[in-house]
Design a protein around this ligand. Structure first.
Ligand SMILES: [Zn+2]
Length: 159
């Protein structure tokens, strides 16, 4: 019995540690929980395809690719602030690119689809797929390139 208890306790401790070590994992538990059917009702088919089915808009077609106004980009599905215009830069990659996110509102996941190893970025509030983050961003700042679908974003002008 004691041995059993020790096993249980160490298992709990182990999983707790894992949880803490990988801080990003904690954020997987998004605050806004909806079923996929509910999302389908709320979002336009285009947004649903990108944000819930992890789609990618065609390069150079998104409305925010060449958009450089001052303001904030929020999540198209839940309005959470994700990126500031001061972190947006022209990466010529065909999608809106940022060298930094509003960190607490985004979490990452390893993505092995299409035979590539990429890091997916998602909204921490609703779990919506946003795009990917790469290590080929501007060296003079963060070195990161947050490559985001315009479809997953809504721009809010600074007032
Ligand atoms: Zn969201």
């Amino acid at each position: 019995m004691i041995l059993f208890k020790i096993t249980v306790v160490s298992f709990v401790l182990f999983t707790t540690t894992l949880y803490r070590v990988n801080g990003q994992e904690v954020k997987k538990h998004t605050k806004m929980i909806k079923t996929e059917a509910e999302w389908k009702e709320t979002l336009s088919p285009e947004v649903f395809k990108i944000m819930r089915e992890k789609g990618t808009e065609r390069p150079y077609t998104g409305i925010y690719d060449k958009h450089f106004e001052k303001g904030t980009y929020v999540c198209k599905a839940c309005n959470t602030e994700l990126f500031k215009s001061t972190n947006k830069y022209d990466s010529h990659c065909g999608w809106p690119a940022f060298d930094k996110s509003i960190a607490e509102n985004i979490y990452t996941n390893s993505d092995f689809s299409f035979g590539m190893k990429r890091v997916e970025i998602l909204c921490a509030n609703c779990g919506g797929h946003l795009g990917h983050v790469f290590d080929d961003g501007p060296k003079e700042t963060t070195g990161k390139r947050f490559c985001v679908n315009s479809t997953a974003l809504q721009f809010k002008e600074k007032d």
